[in-house]
Structures are given as C-alpha cells and as structure tokens.
Write a protein that binds this ligand. Structure first.
Ligand code: 8DG
Ligand code: CA
Ligand code: CA
Length: 472
C-alpha cells in the first residue's frame, strides 16, 4: 500500500496506530490481567542487563503490573537498577524522551518490594532517584515546572531552589562537621568551602552515588571531592570520624552550646584546661556575661530544640505584647520556621508597623521586654526551676521601619548560606549592595525601593525563590 499523501489521512492514522500498539503490548502477555491500571512501567536495561530485565518484566506482569517493552509517552514509572537519578535523566535525554513532570524515576527496590507486597508500595525517598516531594511546597506553580531538565547549577544559592528534601544528607552531614571544625580553628577559607559544598548538594534532586554524578556541580573543590569519594566507597569519612573524636572539637561544641558563648570564650576555657561545663560553672574566678548566666541557668531548655507548636505559642505571646503598644503592627515569624523547618534553635520575629514614628520603633522592644519582665515577677516565675511547668525559649525580635520591611524579611528569613550568596551575587554580578535594610545600585548611585521580596529579586534580575526553597 502506498504511503498516504493526503494530510487528512495521516491525521486519521494517528489514533489507529496508537490503538494497535496498545493491543500489541497486551498481546505479549495475554494471560496476565492488569491489576493496577494507573501505572505503566518501563524497566531500564542499562546496567541491569537483558536477562534480568526480561525476568523482572515477566514477574511484574504476572503480579498484575502493566510493563511496556518500549519507552513511550504513556509510561508513568521508570524502574532502574544501579543507576543514579542523573544517569537516568541523561539516558532519557539521549533517547529524546520528553519526560512529563509526573514521570517517576525509581530504584528497582520499589518494584521488588511492590511485587512482594502484591500491590504498588508507597514511593519514598529511598526509592525515588529524583525526589519530587512537593509536600513542603504549597505552590501549585512549582509543580508545573518541569523537574526533569538538567540545568547548569549556579554557584550562588540564590539561583538554586533548595527545599528541606535533602537527597545527599550522608555527605552534607559530614561537610557540616568539617566546616564547623574549621570554624573552631578559625580557618575561614576551608570552613566556607565545606559550607558551600554542603549547600550545593542540598539543592540536588538526586543522590550522588558515583563520582561521575559530581561532574558539572560547582563549589566542589578537590578537598571536598576526596571526602565524597571516601563516603561513596566506605560509607563514612575517616577525617570526619577523627574530628568527632577530637578533644578540641568536642570541647568547642560543648562550650558554644551555651547561649552567649562564642569562639573567643571557648578558646579561653579550652586553654585553661576545661573540658566540662560543670567545672566551668563552679570556677568563681570566671566572669560570665548576663547572656552566659542565662545560658547556664536555662541550659537544658535551650539545647532542646524549639518545635513549631512552641514557636506558634510564642508567636501569640509576641503579638499580644506588641499589639499592646502598636495595635497596627505586623508580626511575622522569620528564620527557619518561615522556611518550613519543623524545629529550630530559636524563634525569629520581624515586627513592623505602618505609620509608626522613629521613637515608636526605638521604644517598642524595650517596652515589650519590660512588659514580660513585669509579668514574670507577678507570676512568681523568677528563676524557679523545680517542678516547673514552663520552658525557656530563645526569641529574636527585630523591629524595622515599614518602608524597609521587605529587606528585613528577606534578610531574616535565611538560610545563612542563602543570605551570604544573595549578597555576594548582588555585589559581584550586579554591582549592588544588599543588606537587611536596603539595596543600593552602585552604578546608578541610588537606593532601590521594594514593597515585597519579589521586587527585590526582580531588582537583582533573579527568579523569585520561595522561602521554603531557601534552605541552602
Ligand atoms: P534555626 O534557628 O532553625 O537553627 O535556623 P535559622 O532560623 O535559619 O537561623 P538563625 O540563626 O535564627 O538566623 C535566622 C536569620 O537571621 C539568618 O538568615 C541570619 C539572620 N541574621 C541576621 N543578622 C543576624 C545576627 O546578628 N544574628 C543571628 N543569629 N542571625 C542573624 O541577618
Ligand atoms: Ca531561628
Ligand atoms: Ca535567630
């Protein structure tokens, strides 16, 4: 039969061809009923091999799964073995496959567990080669963005989206320890190198499983890559183990866990030969700042993390006190909780009020503290610790002029690495100076106004990054 030249005929052939292909697929295994209609699986042969693939396909079909022989638009789940997310993505790109944002890339462990259970098991982080957990992102916009495109990763955290869904925690935990140790040793260069490396890995939608996966990722210096390689091979890093056992690291970690104690004080106590907090507290020759005194007094409370429920409860108290003096004030929770974290080491609030005068702004925080102080004395809760029914929580209160609220909100939402990078980006890429108060354009020699965080990103020529994507 000659090929149809009439375009109408060609259009007509489309659906018919599709139908016949579907029939063909079901004819391959006529004896197996499809139990799970919504799932269309494709098993990747790469690194799995033909025999094992054929075996798994047959087994899955027997268990009621629909498994296609060929890659097509109808595939909903791709199952791979010994492949990282980036490898599967690369392979898909090589096949010119336009993956929809609904496509799941899964490790074979998901299929094996599902076949054992006789039903598709829930897909969790350990199964997903590319994580697409949008539970932390209420924005429907984000769900529309195609996640299956490998873009060049920016060296700046403000050009990356970093949710709390960290696929590379095994590496980032190690880097956090090393960065902290360098901080304790005042080696800023190495400290920053490991903090940047941790930050960039937190933004990846896949887990690094081979050194090949690190290709093209910025901020990974040789020193960093050595640690990654060691963790891939041995599951842990000897350098991290040594740091965790190091006396200076352990002491600094302990001392800085006291509110008000920084590197200088830790250094002093360490040199004096102290290794425990109890001995320090008993040394009558040591002078403590008011913050350190509070730090020791409420030590147990302050080292235990603040939960979101506690943060919300504190928020009510803050609002109540603020509104007693400035009824029109806006009180916004910032810091980690605004980024969607479930726990924090403190609770941060930004307070701002339209129409407030300079003196209102200056006086508000002292007034609030004073109010709480009076209440505390009245309720007899001075420093009564026995049988106590309350918990000491650190609260950071920031008051800012209403016109600067967008800059303050951006600055106090964090994360610290995000803040560091958005400032660095402003300076080096835009010749602008950004801080918690303003944005200055050095070329035009003007301050740029902003009513919202979105406007600040726009001034900087950056795509907007939502607070829950700033967990860099
Ligand atoms: P966490 O409390 O959940 O542990 O984390 P976090 O909420 O992200 O950290 P944070 O230490 O409470 O800091 C919140 C933001 O405040 C962070 O982006 C840095 C910013 N910040 C400033 N100035 C100062 C400052 O002087 N001290 C502290 N601690 N944070 C500051 O802009
Ligand atoms: Ca905080
Ligand atoms: Ca804080």
């Amino acid at each position: 039969m000659p090929l149809p030249t009439n375009p109408l005929q060609m259009v007509h052939l489309g659906p018919r061809k599709k139908r016949s292909r579907q029939m063909g697929a079901s004819m391959v295994c006529p004896s197996h009923d499809v139990k799970f209609q919504d799932l269309v699986l494709y098993i990747l042969e790469k690194k799995m091999g033909t025999t094992r693939r054929a075996f798994l396909m047959e087994l899955a079909r027997r268990k009621g799964f629909r498994v296609e022989n060929e890659l097509s638009d109808s595939i909903t789940h791709i199952v791979a073995e010994n492949n990282s997310g980036s490898e599967v993505l690369e392979w898909l790109q090589g096949q010119n496959h336009k993956a929809s944002s609904q496509l799941e890339l899964l490790d074979v462990s998901w299929l094996i567990e599902s076949m054992a259970a006789g039903t598709p098991v829930e897909m969790t982080g350990k199964h997903q080669l590319v994580k697409r957990d949008y539970s932390a992102s209420p924005s429907p916009e984000l769900q529309k963005t195609p996640p299956l495109v490998i873009k060049k990763i920016s060296q700046y955290a403000c050009q990356r989206r970093t949710t709390l869904n960290n696929c590379n925690q095994i590496f980032t935990d190690a880097f956090d320890v090393l960065a902290e140790n360098y901080e304790f040793r005042e080696n800023e260069v190495f400290c920053l190198a490991f903090m940047r490396a941790a930050s960039v890995l937190k933004s990846l939608p896949f887990t690094i499983i081979s050194m090949k996966d690190t290709e093209g990722i910025p901020c990974l210096e040789d020193k960093v890559k050595c640690i990654i390689e060691e963790i891939i091979e041995d599951g842990e890093s000897s350098e991290v183990k040594a740091v965790l056992n190091d006396e200076r690291y352990q002491s600094f970690k302990l001392f800085t866990s006291v509110f008000g104690v920084g590197l200088k004080t830790s250094e002093k106590w360490f040199r004096m030969g102290y290794r425990t907090l109890n001995k320090i507290k008993l040394d009558k020759t040591l002078k403590f700042t008011p913050m350190q005194k509070a730090g020791f007094l409420y030590y147990e409370d302050l080292v235990s993390c603040v939960t979101r429920e506690e943060a919300e409860a504190v928020g009510m108290l803050v609002k109540e006190a603020v509104w007693a003096f400035l009824p029109e004030a806006f009180v916004t929770m910032t810091g980690g909780f605004r980024r969607g974290k479930k726990i924090g080491h403190d609770v941060d609030f930004l307070i701002t009020s339209p129409g407030s005068r300079d003196e209102d702004e200056e006086q508000l925080l002292p007034k609030v503290i004073n109010l709480w102080e009076r209440k505390r004395v009245d309720s007899g809760k001075c420093s009564q610790q026995e049988g106590k029914t309350w918990k000491a929580i650190r609260v950071d209160l920031v008051m800012c002029p209403y016109e600067r609220r967008a800059f303050a909100l951006l600055g106090w939402t964090g994360s610290r690495q995000f803040e560091r990078d958005i400032r660095r980006y402003a300076t080096h890429e835009r010749k602008m100076i950004l801080d918690n108060h303003a944005l200055y354009d050095k070329t035009k020699k003007i301050f740029l106004k902003a009513e919202s965080e979105e406007e600040i990103f726009a001034h900087l020529g950056l795509d907007y990054i939502e607070p829950w994507e700033r967990n860099a």
